[in-house]
Design a protein around this ligand. Structure first.
Ligand code: UT7
Length: 328
């Protein structure tokens, strides 16, 4: 019997942003047409966001996912046919069913391997990477494509200025392979369903109709307070599991929702602010896509290099949160 691999390792990253970029000034104009006021100053000061990308009509999560996936496959030097597991983290799937992962598999021109979606909202990618790592170490898969892909512009309420300026669309992907060397060092996932109502799209489909509100609702302050607490605790927890300390972390890549939350996490961990990967300024909050998008941008910018220790963190609706510590 072949021995089980000790580790899984990221061998390639990729990402994709739809070409339509909206600056904060564009959001000011868009909201003004609806009789609402916002400003570049407010958005930058409260969130750090300066721009986001939105898909055009007819473009779905799988269309973004396939571009990010192809780029990650190229970076890993792999063909789609070599992949034996596809997980897509998304809260904005192409259809109610089948999964966006199955649609992605077909768009990649392959068939046969396991493919499923994972729904943990903004923690989705960290959840998906944890599941792929466990499946690889259990011998269920050897080469996984793990994707976060979102079209949040489809579920934004453009009459609610407190939420519609915050989110964007995009996709990020990694190829994760069985390895004898690290790799993923430690993972940890959490959820607390008592907070379902603070960040949700409460609508559903029933009897041929949309029942309830199909647009995003968020109690920003409640999410903010929970996020700053759990991002510190889960980071400390994975460091302890891996026998490392915060001083070992070369790059912190938390969910890109709000620069104030991200900087507060870095401060609490006593990390040099220069070690924080920031893409929220240019991407907004892309939910499950935010962490792999930020990772790929950091890799391509020459920040994250082979051998660096990287902390990925997710937090969001559910309430869910988690972290993955890895040697890149
Ligand atoms: O992806 C999952 C994770 N999500 C998050 O991490 C989001 C967490 N929450 C946040 O990032 C912040 O709470 C927000 C950015 C959403 C809001 O920032 P805040 O500092 O908590 O602002 P606030 O909700 O306390 O609102 C302050 C003021 C209010 O006016 P009054 O009541 O003080 O007069 C809002 O009406 O800002 C007003 N406001 C705006 N003004 C201009 C809210 N949205 C806007 C806007 N433009 N777009």
């Amino acid at each position: 019997m072949t021995p089980l691999p000790l580790y899984s390792r990221i061998t390639g990253t990729g990402s994709y942003l739809p070409p339509r970029r909206l600056s904060n000034a564009d959001m000011v104009d868009l909201l003004a047409k609806r009789g609402l006021e916002t400003s570049d100053e407010w958005i930058v000061e409260r969130t750090g966001i300066r721009a986001r990308h939105f898909v055009d009509d007819g473009v779905n999560a799988s269309d973004l996912a396939v571009q990010a996936a192809r780029s990650a496959l190229t970076a890993a030097g792999r063909q789609a046919a070599e992949i034996d597991l596809i997980i897509v983290a998304t809260s904005t799937p192409d259809m109610v069913f089948p999964s966006t992962a199955a649609i992605l598999q077909h768009k990649l021109g392959v068939a046969g391997c396991a493919a499923f979606d994972l729904q943990a909202v903004c923690s989705g990618f960290v959840y998906a990477l944890t599941v792929a790592d466990a499946m690889i170490r259990a011998g269920t898969a050897t080469k996984a494509l793990v994707v976060g892909a979102e079209v949040f512009s489809r579920i934004l309420d453009f009459d609610d200025r407190t939420t519609c300026v915050l989110f964007g669309d995009g996709a990020g992907a990694v190829v994760l392979e069985a390895s004898d060397t690290p790799g993923i060092l430690a993972t940890e996932l959490h959820a607390d369903g008592s907070h379902v109502g603070i960040l949700c799209v409460p609508g559903t489909v029933a009897g041929g109709q949309v029942l309830g509100d199909p647009l995003l609702k968020m109690d920003g302050q409640a999410v903010f307070k929970l996020a700053v607490g759990v991002l510190e605790s889960v980071a400390r927890s994975v460091l302890a599991k891996a026998g490392r300390t915060a001083a070992d972390v070369d790059w912190l890549i938390p969910h890109q929702a709000n620069i104030r939350i991200m900087q507060s996490t870095a401060r609490k961990l006593k990390l040099d602010p220069a070690r924080l990967v920031v893409t929220v300024d240019q991407h907004g909050n892309t939910s499950a896509a935010s962490v792999p998008l930020a990772l790929d941008h950091a890799v391509r910018a020459g920040q994250v290099r082979t051998g660096d220790t990287v902390m990925l963190e997710g937090v969001g609706g559910g309430f869910t949160w988690g972290a993955v510590l890895l040697d890149f």
